[in-house]
Design a binder for this molecule. Structure first.
Ligand code: UDX
Length: 458
């Protein structure tokens, strides 16, 4: 049972469908702000874990807050929508939209959630909740797919029997809770003022006294803003990685300095210009593919989007090719890969650069040992059984002919020359994330190849 003590004025309770990064973080945050929240998660194991106060994802601050809101009775996780709409003022759809077989997003979870909402609406007499699509979907989805499914399953019409809007989410993994607590912007797409106004009022009450910049537009614009944001971030990364390839070919090039110079131009800005093994994770690659499929469906040239993906793929292969050149052949060589997560601060390995690098190393005959402070269990499901999982960075380096840094975990930046030299059979490093200061290592006789820095003859 919920305690009704600290509810946000105007909204009695909220339902969130899907307990992924977005849905779970949103649910915990809302519950912590006094909004009674029901999170509907079809994976019973995940829902059970949440109910026991255990976070199924590694996110700073989330486990503590989750425990608190469960203890206080403000958050409940269920596997079925059931009668939860009876008391709900707002229903957020936060289910996944993974890449489908045709390269575009698989919208089946969004469709299923819409159908369930429609059926639940048909079974209740309660009036007009606001349905908010937070899942990342192609332009047109909310109005042309979600709305008709809810309308036909509920027998109600949009704008009367329920309200509908799009409200994309921009949180980053690793800082998901903080990004939800202090978003830099709110984008709302709606056809009817009632829908957008209700959500604006909800967020105003939630974030007050802060005033979050809010853009209200059409559903398609809002949907496109999300895809375009992630594609633009990916574009910046692939651009700097292209420049990093040029730097490597120069006698005195360093992409870190070039990026700094670029970033000083306020029209460009310094963020997302870190060269390395490229972007991974559950959003940038997927959303880029979704935008590519949508672009193609509109008969618009996709070559820019393809180039972003091609450069990203090439960064991963180039590092293995360099490893092969350095060692002559990779067959039978021990390679230590430091870092599995697609970025620090998360245990997520989806589309992580490390996974492609490791598979490519194995394909070329290397023996691979790996380390990650938190992502090992998730990586086990993706990697070949021959991979050795080390319990520490030092163990991972033990007896290695070469080490590759694939994720910029802070602990790898503090590896000392002494540790590296005593552990490795051959003190040779490829810094795929530019975390090491090569100078003291080189002075200690360790060879360091940094992505984006010129290097002799390799
Ligand atoms: C991204 C968006 O930033 C976020 O707004 C959206 O809601 C979800 O997708 P996330 O996937 O958590 O967030 O990671 P992000 O911090 O954007 O990094 C994505 C990838 O790009 C990581 O693999 C990271 O290592 C890489 N990256 C990032 C670079 O290679 N260089 C950079 O300069 C920045």
């Amino acid at each position: 049972m919920f305690s009704a003590s600290k509810m946000l004025p105007g909204v009695r309770s909220v339902v969130v469908i899907g307990a992924g990064y977005v849905g779970l973080t949103l649910s915990v945050f809302l519950a912590s702000r006094g909004v009674r929240t029901v999170c509907v998660e079809r994976d019973a194991e995940r829902a059970g874990k949440i109910m026991r106060g255990h976070s199924p994802i590694h996110e700073e601050g989330l486990p503590e807050l989750l425990k608190k809101v469960i203890r206080e009775g403000m958050l409940e996780a269920r596997t079925e929508l059931g009668d939860t709409l009876e008391g709900a003022d707002i229903v957020f759809i936060t289910v996944g939209t993974p890449t489908g077989s045709n390269g575009g997003p698989d919208l089946s979870q969004v469709e299923e959630a819409s159908r369930q909402i429609g059926e639940a609406l048909a079974a209740t007499k309660r009036g007009s909740p606001l349905i908010v699509v937070k899942s990342t979907v192609p332009p047109g989805t909310t109005w042309n797919i979600v709305r008709p499914i809810i309308e036909s399953a509920s027998g109600r019409s949009c704008g009367e029997g329920f309200h509908l809007c799009v409200n994309p989410e921009f949180l980053r993994e690793g800082s998901a809770l903080q990004d939800t607590i202090t978003p830099d912007r709110i984008v709302i797409g709606a056809k009817h003022g009632v829908a957008s106004e209700k959500l604006v009022r909800f967020y105003e009450a939630l974030y007050q006294p802060a005033k979050i910049p809010t853009l209200i537009t059409t559903p398609s614009n809002a949907e496109l803003i999300k895809l375009a944001t992630n594609a633009f971030l990916a574009l910046k990364i692939s651009f700097i990685n292209l420049i990093s390839q040029l730097c490597e070919s120069l006698e005195d090039g360093d992409v870190g300095v070039v990026a700094e110079g670029l970033g000083l131009d306020p029209r460009i800005g310094p963020l997302f210009l870190r060269a390395g093994l490229g972007f991974g994770g559950s959003c940038l690659p997927k959303d880029l593919r979704a935008l590519k499929a949508f672009t193609s469906s509109r008969g618009v040239d996709i070559s820019l989007l393809e180039a972003i993906l091609n450069i990203n793929r090439a960064q991963r292969i180039r590092v293995v090719e360099r490893a092969e050149r350095l060692l002559g052949s990779l067959a039978g060589k021990r390679v230590a890969v430091l870092g599995l997560a697609f970025k620090p601060g998360t245990d997520d390995v989806r589309e992580a650069a490390s996974i492609d690098v490791i598979r490519e190393l194995l394909a070329r005959g290397a023996e691979v040992s790996v380390h990650d402070p938190v992502a090992t269990e998730n990586a086990r499901n993706l990697l070949d059984k021959t991979v050795h999982y080390a319990s520490s960075a030092e163990d991972c380096l033990d007896g290695a002919d070469l080490a590759i840094i694939a994720t910029e975990w802070p602990e790898y930046a503090s590896l000392t020359p002494n540790k590296i030299k005593t552990k490795m059979r051959n003190p040779l490093l490829i810094d795929g994330r530019r975390v090491l200061n090569p100078q003291p290592l080189e002075e200690a006789g360790i060879k360091v190849y940094t992505v984006g820095r010129s290097s002799e003859a390799v």
